[in-house]
Design a protein around this ligand. Sequence first.
Ligand code: ATP
Ligand code: MG
Length: 170
Amino acid sequence: MNRETHLRSRFYNVFDSAALTSFVARLSEMSEEARRGHTKFIGEGAHFQSFEFAAGGLALAVNLAKMSFVRRGDLAIARWKDALSLARNLEHVDLIPPMELLALNANTIAIVMPKGEIVSKTRGRHVESLICDTAKALSRAGLVLDDYPQVREVEGVPFIIDWSDLCFVI
Ligand SMILES: Nc1ncnc2c1ncn2[C@@H]1O[C@H](COP(=O)(O)OP(=O)(O)OP(=O)(O)O)[C@@H](O)[C@H]1O
Ligand SMILES: [Mg+2]
C-alpha cells in the first residue's frame, strides 16, 4: 500500500460521522467570534474556521464555513458542493486529500480532512511540481482551484487543505 492509500485508509478508519456531526452541530451553536476561543480552534481564513478533532491516532481538521461563505447563496453553494464531490472522487491525484463534507443545513457546512503539518522546506520543489500535476488533473475534470493552493502534509503525504475556491471551469 503506498503512503497516500495508507492515509486514506487511516482517515476512513477513524472517520466517525455521528461524532463529527455532533461536534459540528455544537460549533454551529456558537458565534464565529466565540468559536475563536474554542480550545480546538486551529485558525481561519476569509471563508472557513478550522478546528482539531482527535480521532483514534489521526488528528482531523474540521473546517466550518463562515457566513461570508454560505452567503454566496444556495445555487453557488450547490455548485461548489458538486465541484468538491467531483474533485474528492478523482483517483490517483496527488494533493487531493481524503475528505468528507458534512452539510447539516444551509448555514452549517464543514469539510473534514486529516490535519496537516507545514511541509518541510526540502520538499518544496517536489510539492510545486505536484501542484502543477494536480491543477492539470482538476482541469481535465473541468475544475479549477481559483486560489494559490495551501499545502500541508501528514507523515510525508502532502495535500491541499483549502478548497473554498474550487469551481467548475465555465
Ligand atoms: N487540514 C488542515 N490541517 C491543518 N490546518 C488546517 C487544515 N485545514 C485548515 N487549516 C487551518 O485553517 C486555516 C483556514 O483554513 P482555509 O485556508 O481552508 O480557510 P479559508 O477561509 O478558505 O482561507 P482563505 O481565506 O485563505 O481562502 C488554514 O490557514 C490553516 O491554518
Ligand atoms: Mg480558501
